[in-house]
Design a protein around this ligand. Structure first.
Ligand SMILES: Nc1ncnc2c1ncn2[C@@H]1O[C@H](COP(=O)(O)OP(=O)(O)O)[C@@H](O)[C@H]1O
Ligand SMILES: [Mg+2]
Ligand SMILES: [Zn+2]
Length: 505
């Protein structure tokens, strides 16, 4: 009278195997679920009871105990409805599972229909590692589950259909692997941006080496417009990068049944009213935050000085490590969070500080106060600073479209290919992440470069950290140029992207 049904659970963005054991025994009728269920799991009792009755089965009149093993991990959500129901029917002899080792996940409605659940890809990937051969999932989750390229995925619409399949009456055909259709790039294009050649050049360098960028300039100069076009010149995602991003979106329930793979680089642009937890991830049932949703893509912080210090503070560690650790009483969850950071700001509260028109009405004190909100450690992690000037009339009235994103992307792709070739030595895919060894090996300066750097060091007050950043940017500029060595003109350009005086402290 005991059955054991395989299912899966989620810890962070990692799936783990769960075994749903059902025992029917004599005594007063009861229905208990043990094994650290949360309230959503406990409520499974009501949904399962109703679904069994409404689908023509009889709900056993006995003492039912369901154990979700391993018992020490907290079981969250509604995905255990289906395995619990199958377990009860099997324990009571109303249903028999035969054939390959199979697993079930899915929420039930009272009428026995299956509803989609979050986190399908990580669970399907885990099922693959556990040698599960057949995975029964709600219909809407099926396409996403096939991305794991693991078990056969059976899309289940409702309970009746599942029973007819299991009894062999009417087999469900397994879902065919999801394939992307024709791809139309939804990103806006750089061809729409007039003028601003210097800013576009800086963004091209940033894209080519995956460097962080800060743009500063008066309102309406096009900072937000430029930032939103950055993903259009970033290299295409690899399958591995796309799966990583999909896992995170999946856990948040942000994947779509029609196009489950996140194969366009994420562009996240949280508002400055976001909470620290919204940014970093967390909560009592920890969920990924913006920095993880931006994984393998771009995190754009518009109006940077408006973000509270506590919110910017949480970016520090992830910017170094490419992941974020969230500690809870129950243990630690780690989410990936490797993103390109792009920030935009006005140089003062009114936005016109330093503008030749003299429109700025802020006092020096007000400007200082405004800029003091910027976190020093965050500024320290920016690779390129670029001033975005207001367009003049000639530039604005220009009718010719500018260079399209595709042309810029082709240059970025070439520069990235060069970086990828060095991967065997550097162990990183892009210049922004070059460590000591990579810097020493690939960022040597010639005599002219040495002299230039020495001058900069003495006159610009460079620190050791900014020294390395300049070298990385110079390496990217040389890669865009197809040059094996960093020449002085490459270095000279890199030095132009140092922070302006008003941001140096
Ligand atoms: N270089 C440009 N080329 C074409 N349009 C521009 C340009 N700069 C600004 N604009 C126009 O001005 C609007 C405001 O720009 P926006 O990016 O919001 O400025 P900012 O973020 O710097 O305040 C844009 O939506 C666009 O219509
Ligand atoms: Mg803006
Ligand atoms: Zn001002």
């Amino acid at each position: 009278m005991v059955s054991s049904i395989r299912s899966l659970g989620l810890h962070g963005v990692t799936g783990y195997p769960v075994s749903v054991e059902c025992d029917l025994s004599g005594g007063l009728p009861a229905f208990n679920i043990v094994g650290l269920p949360d309230t959503a799991v406990s409520e499974a009792r009501e949904r399962v009871r109703a679904a069994i009755k409404n689908c023509g089965f009889s709900f056993p009149v006995s003492r039912i105990t369901v154990n979700l093993a391993p018992a020490h991990l907290k079981k969250v959500g509604t995905l255990y409805d289906l395995p619990i129901l199958v377990g009860i029917l099997c324990a009571g002899g109303q249903l028999k599972l035969s054939g390959p080792s199979c697993a079930f996940v899915g929420e039930l409605s009272l009428s026995g229909r299956l509803r989609p659940c979050a986190g399908m890809l990580p669970m399907a990937l885990r099922a693959k590692r556990e040698d599960i051969e057949a995975l029964y999932v709600p219909e809407e989750n099926a396409a996403e589950a096939t991305l794991a390229e693991g078990p056969a995925i059976y899309p289940v619409r409702d309970l009746g259909q599942l029973v007819r399949h299991l009894t062999g009456e009417e087999p469900i055909p397994p879902a065919s692997p999801w394939q992307p259709g024709e791809h139309t790039r939804p990103y806006p294009d750089f061809s729409e941006v007039k003028g601003q050649e210097q800013v576009k050049r800086a963004l091209e360098i940033a894209a080519a080496g995956s460097h962080n960028v800060l743009m500063s300039g008066p309102p309406g100069s096009g900072k937000s417009m430029l930032a939103r076009r950055l993903p259009s010149i970033l290299p295409d995602m690899t399958r591995e990068e796309a799966l990583e991003a999909t896992e995170i979106h999946s856990v948040m329930g942000l994947t779509s049944p029609e196009h489950p793979l996140i194969d366009l680089r994420p562009f996240r642009s949280p508002h400055h009213t976001i909470s620290p937890i919204g940014m970093s991830g967390g909560g009592s049932n920890p969920r990924p935050g913006e920095i993880s949703l931006a994984h393998n893509g771009v995190l754009f912080l518009d109006e940077l000085p408006e973000f509270p210090k506590e919110v910017l503070e949480v970016l520090r560690q992830p910017l170094e490590d490419g992941q974020v650790q969230i500690s809870r009483a129950a243990g630690t969850v780690t989410y990936p969070s490797r993103f390109m950071l792009v920030c935009a700001m006005n140089p003062c509260k009114c936005g016109w500080y330093g503008h030749p028109s003299g429109r700025c009405r802020c006092t020096e004190g007000e400007v200082k106060k405004y800029l003091s909100r910027l976190s020093g450690p965050l500024l320290d992690r920016m690779d390129l600073f670029v001033e975005v000037g207001a367009l003049n009339f000639d530039e604005l009235s220009q009718r010719q479209p500018s260079e399209p994103s595709a042309a810029i992307k082709a240059r970025v792709d070439r520069a990235r290919a060069i970086q990828a070739e060095r991967r065997a030595v550097t162990a990183v895919p892009c210049n922004a992440r070059l460590g000591r060894e990579g810097l020493d090996r690939y960022c040597a300066l010639d005599e002219g470069g040495q002299r230039l750097m020495k001058g900069a060091f003495e006159h610009m007050g460079l620190t050791a950290r900014s020294y390395d950043r300049i070298l990385r940017v110079a390496r990217t500029i040389a890669d865009l140029d197809g040059s094996e060595t960093i020449r002085s003109d490459h270095l000279a350009e890199a030095l132009q992207y140092r922070p302006p005086e008003y941001l140096q402290r």
